[in-house]
Design a protein around this ligand. Structure first.
Ligand SMILES: [Mn+2]
Length: 386
């Protein structure tokens, strides 16, 4: 196991071709970028696989974590692949200095703004299964919108070289993603096409001995499993960042109930410190966590952690609490007419926010179980206006 990422040094004797997947950085995007970079690597070309996330966030993708491990890829202590280069690790000045650099897009067909800043006019090839396309008429294009997985396209490239051209590591990675993306070719899901099936059949030798069905179940379980994640990682897992009164606030949908998360954090004070440290690192002024329903109370949980309670973000958090406590009486007409406010019964009952003094110094509350981030956010956005 390598202790650190393979340092990305540019070989002056070869042309650099960067390969990047989409910004969601799901298994299909990560694996196609990784595989196509390896495919392109030669005595003339240095293939560089790129992920549009910081390395810290790789572990949040449990399916990818498991797949790279199973494939025998060289991984770091956190399980992230050493040969995959993450957005926070790139020396962009050095990249911009590579005059002949080119870009390949996998699993999307239009550069994100952050990628375009470094590769405008340099897209050479697009392998994708999304609608759209046509953004780069001069680039080679392999786009099939009907496909379940872009990994099927990547597999075809290796197959065209003959089966001997497919290394074991990449065969396992691509087969695993095709199974995930096609939902194991379940006809009810209608995601896998005959073209995906043909790619999968040619990768049959890379499926582990347990067989397709059991492997698919394991990978899906790994995708949903959050037991390996730290409290900080749980906060990163499903976070929306919004600007309220000019301040960046992260709204995290937590995957475990409040009591479990507090015990994982070793207490409310440590939880609060974890949230503040995340806020500092990411430039947030506050982190608001919404926890799933706690079986014991039948309610969800809400915790608000401003970076500094004496500053503007502290006022913002207490104003949000006041606003929540004032519902339903204070709901503006626009939210009364909001369909989700109606289906969650918020127009009649309000958010049913109740302080949980036992969790101090953490500012924690129980909240009506029907509430979701989709209804919490509009109220916060409304607050930003007043
Ligand atoms: Mn995809």
């Amino acid at each position: 196991m390598a202790a650190r990422a393979t340092p990305l040094t540019f070989d002056s004797g070869r042309k650099q071709i960067f390969v990047v997947g989409n910004e969601a950085a799901d298994a299909d995007s990560l694996v196609t970028a990784y595989a196509i970079a390896a495919f392109l690597d030669s005595s003339e070309v240095q293939g560089v696989a790129l992920a549009q996330i910081p390395r810290e966030e790789f572990r949040l993708r449990g399916d990818s974590l498991q797949l790279f491990k199973e494939a025998g890829s060289e991984v770091l202590e956190d399980g992230s692949p050493g040969k995959l280069h993450f957005w926070d690790e790139i020396d962009w000045k050095a990249v911009d200095g590579l005059d002949s650099r080119r870009l390949v897009l996998t699993d999307h067909n239009k550069m994100t703004a952050q990628v375009a800043r470094h590769f405008e006019g340099r897209v050479q090839w697009v392998l994708d299964h999304h609608a759209g396309g046509g953004s780069y008429p001069d680039a080679k294009s392999d786009i099939d919108e009907s496909l379940g997985s872009a990994s099927s396209l990547a597999a075809e490239q290796f197959m065209a070289r003959g089966i001997d051209g497919m290394p074991l590591e990449l065969g396992v990675l691509l087969a695993g993603v095709i199974l995930l993306d096609t939902r194991n070719f379940d006809p009810k899901e209608n995601k896998g096409t005959p073209r995906d099936r043909a790619a999968m059949d040619r990768l049959a030798a890379f499926v582990p001995k347990i067989g397709h069905d059991a492997w698919y179940k394991q990978l899906m379980h790994a995708r949903k499993d959050v037991s390996h994640l730290s409290v900080r990682e749980l906060m990163l897992l499903d976070t929306k960042v919004v600007t309220l009164r000019g301040l960046q606030v992260a709204f995290a949908s937590m995957m475990s109930a409040m009591p479990e998360v507090m015990s994982k954090a070793s207490g409310c004070e440590a939880f609060k410190e974890t949230a503040r440290s995340l806020a500092r690192d990411r430039g947030y002024k506050a982190v608001v966590c919404l926890f799933p329903k706690d079986k014991a109370t039948g309610k969800k949980g809400l915790a608000l952690v401003p970076l500094e309670s004496s500053e503007a973000e502290g006022v913002l958090c207490s104003d949000l609490v006041k606003e929540l406590l004032g519902t339903p009486g204070n709901l503006p007409q626009e939210l009364r007419e909001n369909v989700l406010y109606q289906t969650q019964g918020l127009v009649e009952t309000g958010f049913q926010l109740e302080h949980m003094p036992d969790l101090e110094p953490l500012e924690a509350y129980s909240i009506k179980a029907d509430v979701s981030r989709k209804t919490l956010l509009p109220l916060a956005m409304n607050l930003s206006k007043i």
